[in-house]
Design a binder for this molecule. Sequence first.
Ligand code: GLA
Length: 662
Amino acid sequence: MMSRMKTLPFFHRVVLSLTLVLSVNTLWAAETVWLDQMDLGKMRQGYGKPQMNRSIRETPLTIGGRKFERGVGTHARSTLWIELGGGTERFEGFAGVDDAANGPGSVVFKVFGDGRKLWDSGVMKVGQEAREFALSTEGVKSLLLQVEDGGDGISYDHANWAEARFRVTGSSPRPVSGPREEILLLTPKPGLAPRVNGPSVTGCRPGHPFLYRIPATGARPMRYQASGLPQGLELDKETGIISGRVSMAGEYRLVLRAINEHGRSSKAFRIVCGDRLALTPPMGWNHWYAHYNRVTDRMMREAADAMITSGMADVGYQYVSIDDCWMNTAKSDDPLRVGPFRDAAGQIIPNGHFPDMKALTDFIHARGLKAGIYTSPGPTTCAGFAGSYQHEARDAKQFADWGFDFLKYDWCSYTEVTRGDSSLAALKKPYILMGEILKRQPRDIVFNLCQYGMGEVWEWGAEVGGHSWRTAGDLGFELDRIFEVAVKNIEHRQWSRPGSWNDPDYLQIGYIGAARGMGEPTPCPLTPSEQYSFMSLWCLMAAPLFYSGDMTRLDELTLSVLCNPEMIEVNQDALGQCGRLVRITDETFALIKEMEDGSHAVGLFNPGEMETSCSIRWSDLWLRPAWRARDLWRQQELGPKPEGITVPLARRGCSVVRVWHR
Ligand code: GLA
């Protein structure tokens, strides 16, 4: 270098020397700040807590056999927002799955700078060599470090940001909370004039008690009419509750009407009396994620009342369901829940918080709503309360006598009965048994299988008498993965049809208790956009719509998300189709659900952390041109959209459009 410099003219030599001195000075001035030195309290992750200089398993950071002295161990799905303020030149390091994961972990690391993707590792698996990154962050104000699951769930997704460091020349990088989102109330308030909501069809069995409260929004007082009622049914014109028994099997065509001083509304409705129930996805409330083992009779009554006063029943919510912990257990801090499982005659004994089950279902039925209950085919339930093993027929009869209309049958301790036999026959056995018993009851009882998807339950759930079946484990443990859980559930879309529903678990928004630790209800961790996405996915998948949050603390946002009749119409459509998925870009996808009237509901989703916009042509979704398009959340006409549509998509947000074709 010196010898070459000598050949340069004097002036150039001075400039070059100065430049060298300056850049060496800048190098000296640059400071290294390590990711592991930062306050990681702001890091959100799918499991455990962020670890400094060790893996999520608290072992030394090791990727593909190579040890790293420093770094951060995290777990997918993980996000960390860092304010750089433009004072950081570079972000560098290595990324990979920790060797101690010891299972089929796979993740994708992503780095975003001011909304632009700076790096994407691609799918990385356990055992694979660490990938190095060296990114220029000059001028970047906000950085996002993200770890997604690699497409196979988050099990074993132990992700390391190894030797991750910033070259800082200005203000120090600082972890911050994710972007805050304004509360968005998308659903317009219902008008004063009546609107009859709910499904266009319901199923029942001949001779059994029938109950249907006509769901209608609009100012009260309201009067109701129903033409074409089959023999045996009566309508209470003041409350809109239809009750009685349909004596003859057959299909009955009705017109339901609601009338008030502001106008009238009508809806064609069919009662199909035969042997099929749940012809549209069941809708209601379940206590689990709000009250866990704290549930009482009073809470159930409050929920039934709130279902009416909040307007939820006016858009179709119907079942008020008790989950686990209404029976006795052997050990509990709450003495009212401890006691014998059964009386001398073998009858199940509700615990001290449920003094009179029949009175409770009467209370629910008096409001035109239906009652749900829970048990397990094993000796005990998942929370260790009395189960139905060897008392199946007695319990089912008891549930029917008490007046329950819905049963969740939760596998739980049944593994003690199968003793390691995981054959299909063993998995089916308890459900075949209960399915047959339920069919013999003199009541219509919707049968909800809960065994977390074992043995491809969607393939045989309907055949054993089930009306819906959980397709996976508890969603409460994976609330940050609603998109991934939905995408997995959609894989079973061919089994979705009237009377046969894939159940990806409950809607957990508003006030819910953390699943880990069965917490007291607090505001849910999801952003408003995530909440609208949650509901949109469930509607487009034709999933059962069970809200599972605190019914005494329903706020405006929760009701806006839960109670949009045009979205619910998509869920309740009589075709019963689960939408099909089309990937639009790396980050976005569409869900397209065919409706009975030939129109399509199209949801566009952005599971990503950055807002974006999405342009689609109908032809790319194999749809014909749309002469009419409507934004369902906002309930606004968008006019003819012959070719396609472009919509903005918030971070983890969505847009749902219904299109009609000629
Ligand atoms: C299981 C089920 C949940 C809930 C609890 C009750 O975890 O999957 O939905 O019913 O049991 O203990």
